[in-house]
Design a protein around this ligand. Structure first.
Ligand code: MG
Length: 163
């Protein structure tokens, strides 16, 4: 078996013209919120961390190396494309998902009400069972940038098993 860790953080800002925040999308699910991620792609911090956990388990270059933010092709890209590429590489290398455990850290919005949608969508994108995916939400206890609502961060562990 192989294990990988993924981490990502994005700044959160109001939508233009007040800031540069994009729509708030998490695990491919749109969530109504007053701020959104500042990003070159669609800013889906959860899919970025899941992608990096899988790539990390495979010992491959990370998402920033495979999909540089200097490449205009990745401008506002749907992050599902990044995840699908990682999953493709995983299958070609002879591995499949054992399980994936995700921790989302932000003050707002609350993750709980959308958790089931997020889990189902990640499982759909990967092509694995929903009970192989776990998603938890935590706050940052109002301290530092994450706790002040100026950023969102995600940690992910992915276990791969031979196909
Ligand atoms: Mg990112």
């Amino acid at each position: 078996m192989r294990v990988g860790h993924g981490y990502d953080l994005h700044r959160l800002e109001p939508r233009p013209p007040a800031g540069n925040g994009k729509s708030f999308v998490l695990g491919g699910i749109q969530i109504e919120h007053s701020t959104g991620p500042v990003a070159h792609s669609d800013g889906d911090v959860l899919l970025h961390a899941v992608t990096d956990a899988i790539l990390g388990a495979l010992g491959l270059p990370d998402i920033g190396q495979l999909f540089p933010d200097t490449d205009p092709k990745n401008e506002s890209a749907d992050s599902a494309i990044f995840l699908r590429e990682a999953v493709d590489r995983m299958r070609k290398a002879g591995w499949e998902i054992g399980n994936i455990d995700c921790t989302i850290i932000c003050e707002k919005p609350k993750i709980g009400p959308r958790r089931a949608d997020i889990v189902a969508n990640i499982a759909r994108l990967i092509g694995c069972a929903a009970d192989s995916i776990n998603v938890k939400g935590k706050t940052h206890e109002k301290v530092d940038a994450v706790g002040e609502g100026r950023a969102i961060e995600v940690h992910v562990c992915a276990l791969l098993k031979p196909r």
